[in-house]
Design a protein around this ligand. Structure first.
Ligand code: NAI
Length: 253
């Protein structure tokens, strides 16, 4: 077995959407994958799919913003799948509102999951990466990091993740660890379906309207992001670190 096949990846927010696609892709790439989400039961279908395809996966229930839950989850992954050397910080939520209507709870909830969550997960796994002398961290940011009406909380969190990523690249590079961010544009998931519902639009109509604004004339799919993660965690991406890759069907940043 190659060293690559012995590596263990954790994907947060992996019960559905971009996280689920990423977990399945990394399993195909030969990683044992911890499918982590708030509810362990909700991770079961993704784990079953990976296992049925001959891969190795573990369902892990944890809130990434809860320090003790993160400590316990990472210990469980290390014990049952092996030392985690790949981390994809993908868990996320939105609580959109214009600034004058945004509550402190809306602000705290969003920054807690994206920023505190990525910090806690990153801090918990870095020791396994440092001791292995190899690691890959991919943080899922967003084109909203560049500013998006109604998303003061989310855009601040996603821009913050980019700064966090660059600092991890600086601190962990000497241990063979790269850290990069992917900033997706519009991806068809439950998150964007909820946005359509909030705007009172059918999801298909919303997709058509958005696609017209995107240079490649289509919206993104979870696999578009999973493929980019697959590249960034690969051996051949070892000289790419501290970068933000916009995967949005056109130029951004
Ligand atoms: P989604 O809503 O379909 O999935 C997010 C997952 O994260 C859910 O399974 C949810 O249970 C989990 N989660 C939420 N809070 C958590 C917590 N505290 N601890 C553990 N898990 C938690 O969302 P989607 O669209 O798949 O988004 C994934 C990531 O990509 C998010 O960070 C999102 O902000 C980001 N993104 C999504 C875009 C899109 O157009 N869908 C565009 C740009 C970024």
């Amino acid at each position: 077995m190659s060293a690559q096949l012995e590596r263990t990846a954790i994907v947060t927010g992996a019960a559905r959407g971009i996280g689920a696609a990423t977990a399945k892709q990394l399993a195909q790439d030969g990683f044992a994958v911890a499918v982590l989400d708030l509810d362990e039961q909700a991770c079961a279908p993704v784990v079953d799919e990976i296992t049925a395809a001959g891969g190795q996966a573990l369902a892990v229930g944890a809130d990434v913003s809860d320090e003790q839950a993160v400590t316990d989850a990472v210990a469980a992954v290390a014990g049952r799948l092996g030392d985690p050397t790949v981390l994809v910080n993908n868990a996320g939520i939105t609580r959109d509102n214009l600034l004058h209507k945004m509550s402190v709870d809306d602000w705290d909830a969003v920054t807690k999951v994206h920023l505190r969550g990525a910090f806690l997960m990153g801090r918990a796994v870095q020791k396994f990466m440092a001791s292995t002398g190899w690691g890959r961290i991919v943080n899922i940011s967003s084109t909203s990091a560049l500013g998006n009406r109604g998303q003061a909380n989310y855009s601040a969190a996603k821009a913050g993740l980019q700064g966090f990523t660059k600092t991890l690249a600086l601190e962990l590079g000497r241990f063979g660890v790269t850290a990069n961010a992917i900033a997706p544009g519009f991806i068809e998931t439950d998150m964007t379906a909820a946005t359509a519902a909030r705007l009172g639009m059918e999801f298909e109509d919303f997709i058509d309207a958005v696609a017209g604004q995107i240079p490649v004339q289509r919206t993104g799919r979870p696999d578009d992001i999973a493929h980019a993660v697959s590249y960034l965690v690969s051996e051949r991406a070892g000289f790419v670190s501290g970068q933000v890759l916009y995967v949005a069907g056109g130029p951004h940043a």
